[in-house]
Design a protein around this ligand. Structure first.
Ligand SMILES: *Cc1c(COP(=O)(O)O)cnc(C)c1O
Length: 231
């Protein structure tokens, strides 16, 4: 079995290859998705130089990332799974970004909790680009409405940084590509529309489809099993 460090190096190489093949000259960031894996696995990835991590479940992440061996090392953590309102308090303590916003209600709760703590929170809107093969994310036809609600609220603590999607659950590369292209089309359109200079993150691609995602414009790939092993 190859080590976490070997896996990280191999994936960084692959990301570079796809960038070269597609003439991409901006950074494509690698997130290590550590859900279900232990704190010692996270520590090993940190030792190998990895700084950006993603977790799905807030309480699991809270326990793992509050351990001294993890907490004292330089890192940032994003919540990438569905966020329940009753977990917002813990989420904002450990995370720098919530990637999975698909409802205005959740943002309202985050804004309130963040104002109490005087803490800023970056977030991404999760879009369901897979023609309802996925459970979460705002539907494409409802995206403009959600964005309008967000703009109207003029949050002081919640800061929109971009959009995210989970690709469709299929082996069909044509369908996967179509889903990622759809997110990129939305990203480009919104970036021009809202003229916000830090709206700059398009998060898509996982272990099985990150190469397609990068070729379709992703600048943040979220990789779990290809780094840490089978779950
Ligand atoms: C689990 C998960 C990933 C990573 O998936 P792998 O197939 O293990 O690479 C990425 N994004 C989200 C939202 C996830 O839940």
């Amino acid at each position: 079995m190859s080590s976490i460090k070997d896996n990280l190096l191999r994936i960084l190489d692959l990301i570079n290859l796809v960038k070269i093949k597609n003439n991409i000259n901006y950074d494509v960031n690698l997130m290590a998705v550590s859900k279900t894996f232990s704190s010692s696995d996270v520590a090993e990835a940190m030792e190998a130089g990895q700084t950006l991590f993603g977790e799905n479940r807030v309480l699991e992440a809270y326990d793992k990332f509050n351990l001294p061996i993890i907490k004292e090392k330089k890192h940032s953590l994003h919540i990438i799974g569905h966020l329940q309102r009753n977990k917002v308090k813990e989420a904002i303590e450990i995370a720098e970004m919530i990637q999975s916003i698909d409802k205005i209600d959740t943002l309202d709760v985050i804004e309130k909790k963040c104002s109490e703590k005087n803490k800023k929170m970056d977030f991404l809107i999760e879009v369901n680009t897979s023609f309802e093969m996925q459970k979460y994310g705002v539907l494409v036809e409802d995206f403009d409405k959600l964005l309008e609600q967000i703009t109207k609220k003029d949050y002081k603590f919640c800061n929109l940084r971009g959009i995210m999607t989970v690709g469709p659950l299929t082996d069909d590369k044509v369908i996967i590509k179509k889903s990622f292209k759809l997110l990129n089309d939305i990203f480009i359109k919104i970036r021009q529309q809202i003229k916000k200079t830090d709206f700059d993150i398009i998060s898509m691609g996982m272990s099985s489809d990150f190469e397609i995602a990068i070729s379709e414009g992703s600048n943040l790939v979220r990789i779990g099993s290809a780094i840490f092993g089978k779950r």
